[in-house]
Design a protein around this ligand. Structure first.
Ligand code: PGA
Length: 257
């Protein structure tokens, strides 16, 4: 990370976990564990839709951001079961995860829908956390950088130079998500640097240097410090280890370096 140039962002992705009371207990327990976190990073909790209104209230005291894990690419309308960006913004949501590999794999999201969602989020004032990453097979075939570059370019198609500063990119190798297998700090750094290079090609050096790029995939309290000490890794998107206040707090504290 490079705190002179860009914001460090530690985001928890609760996925389909937690009930109302657990989420409240989490918020109550987290705040005293990280009293000064604002001095070195931003914290965002990405909760299931139904918990978001409460989360917006519960995390207000510690001034943490609250994010959704998905949203519709459409504005209001006849889209049964969907939730649009304006509805999220209306209840105090600040961020939204877009294109998570579980959405791509289980719900048929592709680079086109991901691009449409990024644009829709930005136009409602939400900050997208755009997820990209390769499968194990793609890594073994040696196409990681090409594939990830293509995902980034496709997802950002039509995003203006003004808006790009509101986008966070999360590099999440699919094979590392929820598996306990983490990319080595060197491998994660190398892909994050390649992503920054793509951003430089589209938006120029200054903008590229200002964009937060997170690593995600089995980041935990043990490996966070080393991953976060890489020059192009500006934070983490954390699944399993974000479900316990103690481990999530340890990761937030590991970003204080
Ligand atoms: P994990 O999940 O930390 O449990 O691997 C990360 C993610 O899916 O964002």
């Amino acid at each position: 990370m490079n705190r002179q140039l860009r914001q460090t962002v530690i985001a928890g992705n609760w996925k389909m976990n937690m009930l109302t009371a657990e989420a409240k207990a989490f918020a109550d327990a987290l705040a005293p564990l990280v009293p000064d976190y604002k001095n070195w990073c931003e914290v965002v909790i990405c909760a299931p839709f139904v918990l978001l209104p409460d989360a917006a209230k519960n995390f207000k005291g510690m001034d943490a951001g609250v994010g959704a894990q998905n949203m519709s690419e459409h504005p209001f309308g006849a889209f049964t079961g969907e939730i649009c960006a304006a509805q999220l913004a209306d209840i105090g949501v600040s961020h939204v995860i877009i294109g998570h590999s579980e959405r791509r794999e289980y719900y048929g999201e592709n680079d086109c829908t991901v691009n449409a969602k990024v644009l829709a989020a930005l136009s409602a004032g939400l900050k997208p956390i755009l997820c990209v990453g390769e499968s194990l097979k793609q890594r073994e075939t040696g196409v990681t950088n090409d594939l990830v570059s293509m995902q980034v370019k496709a997802a950002l198609h039509g995003v203006s130079p003004d808006s790009i500063r509101d986008v966070i990119i999360a590099y999440e190798p699919v094979w590392a998500i929820g598996t306990g297998m983490t990319a080595t700090p060197e491998d994660a750094q190398s892909v994050c640097a390649a992503i920054r290079d793509v951003l430089k090609g589209i938006y120029g050096e200054d903008a590229a240097q200002s964009i937060t790029i997170q690593y995600g995939g089995s980041m935990n309290d043990k490996n966070a410090f080393e991953l976060l000490s890489q020059p192009d890794i500006d934070g983490g998107l954390i699944g399993g280890a974000s479900l316990k206040p103690e481990t999530f707090a340890a990761i937030i504290n590991a970003a204080n370096q």
